[in-house]
Design a binder for this molecule. Sequence first.
Ligand code: ADP
Length: 386
Amino acid sequence: MTTISPRKILLIEDNLAEARLLQEFIKLTKSQKFSLCHVQRLGEGINKLDNEKYDIILLDLTLPDSEGLSSIPKLIEKDPSISIIVLTNTNDEELAIEAVREGAQDYLVKRHVNPDELVRSCRYAIERKQCLEKLRVVNQTLETQIEKKTTELLKSQEINKLKSEFVTMLSHDIRNPLNTILLAAGLLQKYDEELTNDGRINHLQLIRKAIKNVSNLLDEASLIGKSDSGKLSYKPHILDLEKLCAELVEQAQLFAQEKCLNLIFTSSEHCFEFLGDETILKHIISNLLNNAIKYSIPGGTVLFELIKQEKDIILKFQDQGIGITEKDQKQLFQPFHRGENVGIIPGTGLGLTIVKQCVQDHGGDITVNSQIGVGSTFTVTLPIIT
Ligand code: ADP
């Protein structure tokens, strides 16, 4: 046999005679078991809700510490799932409707109430509140789902917009070197006999340079495509990060020497193992190193620091180059964005977009700090995964 636990009522009523009468009515009920706790002030009632769960509150509307319907929201704030029946002195329909609007389930006129009506009202109030609760939960779930779907939709619209912008800019950027090739090849064909040897070499060099540009653009665009479709997926394994950095610095030394730069690499710790994706890491480091060198002024220093912290790895690339304006810093990671001060320094404006994607694939973050004419520092933070 299952025993049904009694419904718990919290009676908030300052008039002791009225309270005693309601207590008597509750005792007389046979169809449903109730247990009743009586307090005389709203403050005490709120304290009770802190420590115990009640099914229903019988609430007098004229209390020493609260007047009228203002008690209802205070009680609901304490326990949103509680059912409230207000106790009024007159059969005031307007007040009853107001009370329901404030969140009460029902009202009882004190002097007209009888045991049966009290029980009926309590049971209905509990049922009604439970239905409302279920509706509220369903509503909330629906709202969360709609919000999630709307965010997804907006994101995919944004991605689609970026993709079409990307394709437009890529075709525009490819057209320029193609035009150079077309023009130089045409000149070579048309004026072959008139051209000096140097002139011919010059045109051929232009063609080679333009082909290299197209090839760079296609390489970087394909990397973006791969990371976008998840093909540049993150495949971590344990590696010696200091060794990897040193190797990449070694490769970059030639480029640095060409520009008479002092390229320095330091590491806060030696031979430590790091769980990471080698391809992605190589891409991040070589791109940022190359940029630091490319945008440096001859004679300057490029400092690459590898710093191991408790939970993160910091890769810091500091140069004394041309710097980046504040306006450009905001758009630096957008595809094809190039700083207004790059002049004739070659580039595609895609490197940092890919670097950012790679850093994110690694669960990290990248920031830039720069001042025109002073230099730039790119800082990559990657979490240490154990
Ligand atoms: P790219 O170098 O091919 O133009 P990136 O995406 O690597 O493309 O860089 C975008 C822009 O950011 C560059 O065109 C340049 O204006 C700026 N930039 C990047 N790194 C540096 C740096 N170390 N110093 C100054 N400007 C930089």
